[in-house]
Ligand binder design. Structure first.
Ligand SMILES: [Zn+2]
Length: 131
């Protein structure tokens, strides 16, 4: 069986990849992506944002100060920010406003988790740290 996230063969235990689809994934993807994503989506992290990258990696970003400045948000989406019309309670979803113009890669991870049709990095920022 191959991992539905990294496409490598699953050698040890397999895990349900939900919310990144409902197929199986390997232990490494489970601990590096699936579990952190579940924790984030439970809303327990109000002090950091989640970034979903087109290469299927995820990152957690904390603001320099008490909330993100515009340049920090732009750095994460790699350009001008645009609020994406997706409702996640107490969070704001940001994408690159010019992602299509710049031929950024389709964000498969955001598609699988949220059904988003977005290109480039997707940033999910708690309202508490969004100015
Ligand atoms: Zn994997």
């Amino acid at each position: 069986m191959t991992c539905s996230l990294c496409n490598k063969e699953i050698l040890g235990d397999s895990h349900n990849a939900h919310p990144i689809g409902n197929e199986e994934c390997c232990s490494e993807c489970n601990s590096s992506r699936v579990i952190p994503l579940r924790l984030f989506l439970s809303g327990i992290y109000q002090n950091k944002a989640l970034v979903l990258n087109p290469d299927n990696s995820i990152a957690f970003i904390k603001p320099r100060g008490t909330a993100f400045e515009l340049d920090e948000l732009q750095e994460q989406v790699k350009g001008y920010i645009e609020v994406y019309p997706l409702r996640i309670p107490r969070h704001i979803v940001l994408v690159n406003e010019e992602g299509l113009i710049h031929n950024m890669e389709f964000n498969n991870l955001a598609s699988r988790v949220f059904g988003m049709k977005a290109v480039g990095p997707v940033m999910i920022c708690p309202e508490a740290i969004f100015e």
